[in-house]
Write a new protein. Structure first.
Lengths: 436, 449
């Protein structure tokens, strides 16, 4: 299909497209999965496909296929769909060939060359890590390595080709004696170097220390969110409001707030497609606009929304390189790149007299993405007393509002972690409502 | 090669081909028309206690796929030998009772679909609504299955449906109303009052603007059919999936035959119903059948694949709940899951709750099956005072322990209603439906402000 992709633009123009874009992607991943402490399966997945955007009279049609023999038909359907639509006065043009940055550390040929036996070895390390902590068992987990090749071509001269790799591992563990408690840990990286044994060990330690939890009174208190918990809440209850498409359509809580002080004055947030070895790093976004670093929040003040080329064209501004696609089967839409939370770092727990530390949350996706309201169940939560973690908490609900939360940030730890593309330390928020 | 194939006890192939299309109308304007064609296969091979799995797309060479999956299984078993997997024996499926379709969505011109969406949009835009989104989707898939036990079968399914959301705003507060329906032919748009649903979505958004956020706490609650259905699916259904039971990640492990719920509660999973989770045979070629997970409060059966049924034995249930998204590796999944009708009337349950909250609709939720705890956000609620519905409230959630809630059920209505949705597990989405009659619960933790 790769060779065909290069011919596809011609086919689209012959079929009547005024502009056209071909997005080709191929993936090959291998995973080794375990249930309890036994390796259960090895999976090899090969996928490739092409998504076509065809523009006729300022209207866009989209179609996709994973079969080479259907490609011509797919292109014709994209053109025919564009013809069904009325002219879109907001359509400007597909991106033009730009000046592209270089991005380091997103391809590791050792991952590409990895044999099944090595994958089995890493999966075993996850399992063995959990065994270093007696009294716990893994329930499930996996090691995965993946390679991807992406090609973006359009009739305005964009021609971007890029290869990337990633490895990841996760493990869920449960305690086997007495009070049941669970925990998980995971990590993902563009290159080799993850300590899988440490991931397994940490998950087990966390499950074990979370047992025999106490109940606490409903109260307003300091909550320290681990990067896992913080990223879940912000991605569900804050990030959607930065999407220019939501702003333009009245579905954002940040409409008309550019230049306003929204958050704690020491908080800055960046969206950055260029982070070295970043999970969301690449030369361009998913429609060929050069990647860049965008200051979203500067010292508490809202500086920019996030744009793809369509939403930027609508406002007469420039794309921030935030076009994203889940796969070749969907047209691009605004999405986050590496999302960096920046706040002065201290020894956070030691600096906290009293409060609650929360490792992970469940239910963040149920948040109201417009109002920012959320209500989540905290997992692996602990009380903080006199600058140290004290007792595990059995069950804890935390409700609040993401915009208020950003105002009430009072500290950050030194434990910066890449949770996929979300890069953040632990964050302390004052005055959070918790119900035990 | 021969050495490898001699050690392969079982293999199977699922080939899927089809297409899907969607039309999205955003604020009355067509935002997207798209169509996707796909063809691919998922191939499994079993060697001793290890599975090998290969997924391929586009032009398929199934013989080569079987060989690749077999090599993976063989290498896994050689590197880490383990207890042999015994698959429960099953009869070849009889494919029958497929949903009959009156109007094939492919025969309806795109212009007519766009027109329908525009009508839906204008009805959702009740006064005060400032933003709307309407989505139409259809998909047609042919699934062909064969395995090393000479089973060969296939079926074709068409799905179509729509979703509408309306957002209203006032003084910086945003609230949304959402409705959706799915079915098996274009006639779903005639059988269901889609315009009425659109208006309901708009009205819900407006109504919620004026709602208060109540104080949370422990109280008696009444759940509507949708939220009670989400509880049946998320909290009970997932914990009954035998793969989680075997992993030690289910609160229902080793409890078959035990009274785990109020005798008023019967929970069923039934893939033969023509609801959104329908299938004639599962991803292992096993004919679908109805399972009573809980019968009158007693845990009766888990949901099984052939592997989990082989491990746990037939007294814990039979296979037929193995499902996969596209050509992914099958996992144990639910289909159409519901709490069966009881005989309480709505007013009686309201009276029994007396002072508490009526929780309505769902904005999703999550569950920890190992510890048996859950959290769901309701779309809205009403305070119940003196056995009567009073003030409308929003941003309310329900959380607690699955087994405690099951035991605290004090009333089950006779107004079962199913809701279509998509369920995520192991990174795969599957079409499902869940439902319940109204449910009265004597004690639950409600989250609020």
């Amino acid at each position: 299909m790769y060779e065909l992709a290069k011919k596809a633009l011609d086919i689209a123009e012959k079929a009547g497209a005024e502009e056209a874009e071909i997005y080709y992607v191929s993936n090959h991943s291998t995973s080794v999965n375990f249930k309890k402490d036994a390796l259960e399966s090895a999976k090899d997945r090969f996928s490739e496909g092409i998504g076509v955007r065809a523009i006729v009279n300022g209207a866009v049609g989209f179609a996709s296929t994973n079969s080479a023999k259907d490609l011509e038909n797919t292109i014709r359907i994209a053109v025919a769909e564009a013809r069904v639509r009325e002219n879109d006065p907001d359509w400007v043009a597909l991106p033009s060939n730009g000046k592209y940055p270089t991005v380091a550390g997103i391809f590791d040929k050792r991952i590409e060359a990895m044999k099944l036996e090595e994958c089995i070895g890493y999966a075993m390390e996850l399992v063995e890590g959990t065994k270093e902590v007696p009294g716990t068992l893994p329930t499930s987990g996996a090691f995965t390595r993946g390679m991807s090749r992406q090609l973006i071509l359009n009739t305005n001269g964009v021609e971007i080709e890029e290869e990337s790799t990633a490895i990841s591992g996760f493990v869920d563990v449960i305690t086997v004696n007495g009070d049941t408690s669970t925990a998980y840990d995971f990590d993902v990286s563009r290159s080799l170097g993850i300590d899988f044994r440490a991931i397994g060990k940490h998950a087990s330690e966390l499950a074990l220390s979370s047992g025999n939890g106490i109940t606490i009174e409903a109260q307003k208190t300091n909550v320290v969110f681990h990067p896992f918990a913080f990223s879940d809440i912000l991605e569900a209850a804050f990030a959607p409001s930065l999407d220019a498409d939501n702003v333009q359509k009245g579905r954002s809580g940040l409409i008309g707030k550019l230049g306003e002080e929204l958050a704690a004055p020491e908080l800055s947030i960046y969206d950055d497609g260029l982070v070295e070895a970043g999970i969301e790093s690449s030369v361009s976004d998913d429609e060929g606009v050069p990647s860049q670093r965008t200051t979203v929040l500067e010292k508490g003040v809202l500086n920019s929304y996030l744009y793809d080329s369509y939403t930027a064209g609508k406002e007469g501004t420039k794309s921030t390189g935030n076009a994203a696609r889940g796969s070749y089967t969907s047209p691009p839409a605004v999405g986050l790149r590496n999302f960096i939370i920046d706040y002065p770092q201290t020894d956070l727990i030691a600096d906290t007299d009293s409060g609650v530390f929360v490792n992970t949350v469940i239910g963040a996706h149920t948040a109201n993405s417009i109002s920012g309201d959320f209500s989540v169940e905290a997992r692996n939560a602990f009380t903080i007393k006199d600058g140290a973690l004290d007792k595990p908490i059995k069950s804890l609900m935390i409700s609040g509002n993401s915009f208020d939360l950003l105002k009430n940030i009072t500290g950050a730890g030194t434990d910066v972690r890449k949770v996929g593309g979300f890069i953040s330390p632990s964050i302390r928020v004052s005055d959070m409502s918790v119900i035990g | 090669m021969n050495e490898i194939m001699q050690n392969i006890k079982f293999y199977d192939c699922r080939v899927i081909e089809g297409s899907s299309s969607s039309v999205i109308l955003d604020n009355g304007k067509i935002e997207e028309i798209s169509r996707n064609f796909m063809r691919g296969a998922g191939i499994r091979a079993l060697c001793g206690g290890s599975w090998g799995y290969t997924a391929v797309e586009g032009e398929l060479d199934l013989d080569r796929g079987v060989l690749d999956a077999s090599k993976l299984a063989f290498a896994m078993d050689e590197n880490t030998p383990k207890e042999e997997v015994e698959l429960a024996a099953v009869a070849p499926p009889v494919v029958k009772n497929l949903p009959r379709i009156k109007v094939d969505p492919r025969d309806v011109p795109i212009e007519e679909k766009v027109e329908l969406l525009k009508n839906i949009e204008s009805r959702a835009r009740v006064e005060g609504v400032h933003s709307t989104k309407v989505m139409f989707s259809e998909s047609e898939f042919k699934i062909m299955y064969r395995n090393s036990e000479d089973v060969e079968c296939e079926y074709e399914l068409l799905n179509t449906g729509f979703a509408v959301s309306a957002v209203a705003t006032e003084n910086g507060v945003y609230q949304a109303g959402r409705e959706s329906r799915f079915g098996y032919g274009y006639e779903v748009f005639e059988n269901v009052d889609v315009l009425g649903l659109a208006e309901k979505a708009g009205k819900t958004a407006i109504e919620l603007l004026g709602a208060k956020t109540p104080k949370g706490g422990t109280m008696p609650v009444l759940l509507d059919q949708e939220l009670a259905g989400v509880f049946a699916h998320e909290a009970v259904g997932h914990a009954s999936e035998a793969d989680l039971v075997l992993e030690g990640d289910s609160i229902l492990a080793n409890r078959i035959g035990e009274q785990i719920a109020s005798p008023l509660v019967t929970i069923i999973d039934d893939p033969t119903l023509h609801e959104f989770g329908y299938y004639p045979f599962d991803a292992e070629g096993v004919e679908s059948s109805r399972t009573e997970i809980i019968r009158a409060g007693v845990l009766n059966s888990y949901l099984h694949s052939r592997e989990t049924a082989g491990k746990l034995g037939e007294e814990t249930g039979t296979p037929g709940n193995s499902r996969a998204q596209g050509y992914s590796m099958p996992v144990v999944r639910m289909s159409n899951t519901f709490i069966d009708n009881g005989d309480s009337k709505f007013e009686e349950m309201l009276e029994s709750v007396r002072d508490g909250m009526y929780l309505i609709g769902s904005r999703g939720g999550q569950v920890n099956t190992g510890e048996g705890i859950f959290q769901f956000n309701a779309e809205k609620g009403y305070l119940i005072k003196n056995g009567e519905l009073t003030e409308l409230v929003r941003d309310v959630s329900l959380s607690g322990k699955t087994l405690e809630i099951l035991n605290h059920v004090t009333g089950v209505g006779n107004d079962l209603k199913m809701t279509a949705g998509r369920c995520g597990k192991g990174g795969q989405l599957a079409p499902v439906s869940d439902g319940s009659p109204h449910l009265a619960i004597s004690r639950a933790l409600v989250g609020g402000a």
